[in-house]
Design a protein around this ligand. Sequence first.
Ligand SMILES: *Cc1c(COP(=O)(O)O)cnc(C)c1O
Length: 397
Amino acid sequence: MIPAVMPTYARVDLAIERGEGCWLFGGDGRRYLDFTSGIAVTALGHCHPHLVKALQDQAATLWHCSNLFRIPGQEKLAQRLVDNTFADTVFFTNSGVEAMECSIKVVRKYHDDTGNPGRFRIITCGGAFHGRSLATLAAGRQEKYLKGFEPMVEGFDQVSFGNLNEMRAAISDDTAAILVEPVQGEGGIRVGSVDYLKALRQICDEFGLLLMYDEVQCGVGRTGKLFAHEWADGAAKPDVMAIAKGIGSGFPVGACLTTEKVAKGMTYGTHGTTFGGNPLAMAAANAVLDVVLAPGFLEGVQARSKVFRQRLEAIAKKHPKAIDEVRGSGLLLGIRCVQPNGQMVDALRAEGLLAVGAGDNVVRILPPLTASPEELEQGAQMIERAAAKQAASAGSA
Ligand SMILES: *Cc1c(COP(=O)(O)O)cnc(C)c1O
């Protein structure tokens, strides 16, 4: 009999009952160090007092109000994002995939409005993940997600991530934009180098294309900058960017950010959402920004992630039969496993640490940005024990 919850996930048989900071409490009576962060969502950990207060206050004031009216929290959040990024204007959504869909529409509309309606194709990268809608599945072009859902939405081409020759060769008269994740998340924590991002910016300028970033996973402080592409120091700014995950730290919020020039065609009636940008969501996201934009917060993430990464590198060096590479940026980290990554995820959970698999046999290690040095060290010790056990089982196999 089909379960009441549609069985589209191979769920771990562990009921999560409560969260506090970096910790989750399971129905099995154990507590777990949560280095999944809900897949890079709970940026400030669980039940952060400032977020709880902001949501409680908003819950007692106003939950929802249609976008037919002005929503002060939305105006405030949009202005803060504009002040702190390349963007001039923001559309709020409830999820990453909606932020991506909006981004794709913005790109198509821009070219249509500027006299190039034939320019609608978007070049994406192998290993990309942009969401589970029909258009974003076509953008990601992952066989395993598309199978059974054909026909595929038209308008996406794909090249290898990091390969500029292939990128140039794929550009045609129909090309509208290049879309990349500055750091690929689901694809296995693959970091696009600063030089790669700068070159993409140049290519876009040369061919009149728009540069789109999907920072749904790598944004909002995850890499130690507010947005991952900022590591290029302003030399690789996008024209359109989708964000979500960390911006609500657990409250569903996403956004499409773009410039005045590109958004010119996004006039009354061209796009909409019932729930996107509602007062509760805006209260949560504004509270997240209060913390993330506070002086020293991102520097703290950088400093703590540096120490933590060195620990992971040392563990990998000590247990090459278990881990063959550590990669990533900030607290968006991946360990590539020698044995199947699912075994490592299970071994980590047995030690009391929750982590999540990704492509390329990687296990993602995504601590809350608020994890203390002590908690990161506790996590490192659990990873070390799990790696030792994995290496031992490999030795005896
Ligand atoms: C998670 C993710 C998405 C999709 O976000 P949803 O909120 O699940 O729709 C899109 N792009 C990237 C890079 C992601 O990591």
